[in-house]
Ligand binder design. Structure first.
Ligand code: DGL
Length: 207
């Protein structure tokens, strides 16, 4: 018999709903508990200690709710706190960085762009994993902190969002990246605008 307990999913806000949707599509027989820490979003501008404390509280809260596994649907928390979270609980804890890296490795011809929060980019977790798997890969990164409030506000396309996207992404497009990792759970919400700026030849990958 399958374990009837729900799977716990958490993010700093609504961005992790993109991960929850993908999980529901893949695992239609499962139930889920979603925690969006909208009171304390964003995580991506905060220090590593603070992000680790918030992620610890979320993980323990979900454990108390009787989940059978925890999905850290937040790139910032995955990049900074995943190893620590795995020491706190006997439950399986899954992050979102490795799946994004695997998808990018399948897609790229050798030049990968990574966009994410300031904290995710500062951790260089994506770069480390990409280079460990394929030392020949060129990795260029850019933090795009304004994408988070735009997504939370529902400004998914239109002039302001396109102008912000162009300002952030021009240097990656000019660097000739062939694949772009949307290394933040909020960014798939802005995929249309990001795709318009990067052009059809650049593959967009999310975890
Ligand atoms: N959900 C976070 C992530 O995936 C981004 C938003 C934030 O800064 O909290 O990194």
């Amino acid at each position: 018999m399958t374990d009837p307990r729900p799977i716990g999913v958490f993010d700093s806000g609504i961005g992790g709903l993109t991960v929850l949707r993908a999980l529901r599509d893949r695992l239609p027989g499962e139930s889920f508990v979603y925690l969006g820490d909208t009171a304390r979003v964003p995580y991506g501008t905060k220090g590593a200690d603070t992000v680790t404390r918030f992620a610890t509280e979320a993980t323990l809260l979900l454990e108390r709710r009787g989940v059978k596994a925890v999905v850290v649907a937040c790139n910032t928390a995955s990049a900074i706190a995943l190893d620590r979270l795995r020491t706190l609980t006997d439950l399986p804890v899954y992050g979102v960085i490795e799946p994004g890296v695997e998808a990018a490795l399948r897609a790229t011809r050798g030049r990968v762009g990574v966009i994410g929060t300031l904290a995710t980019l500062a951790s260089d977790r994506y770069g480390q994993l990409l280079r460990a798997a394929r030392p020949d890969i060129e990795v260029a990164g850019k933090a795009c902190p304004l994408f988070v409030p735009l997504a939370e506000e529902g400004w998914v396309d239109g002039g302001v969002t396109l102008a912000v996207a162009a300002t952030y992404l021009d240097e990656l497009r000019n660097a000739g990246v062939d694949t772009l990792i949307l290394g933040c759970t909020h960014y798939p919400i802005l995929k249309k605008a990001i795709g318009e700026v990067m052009g059809p030849e650049v593959q967009l990958v999310d975890s």
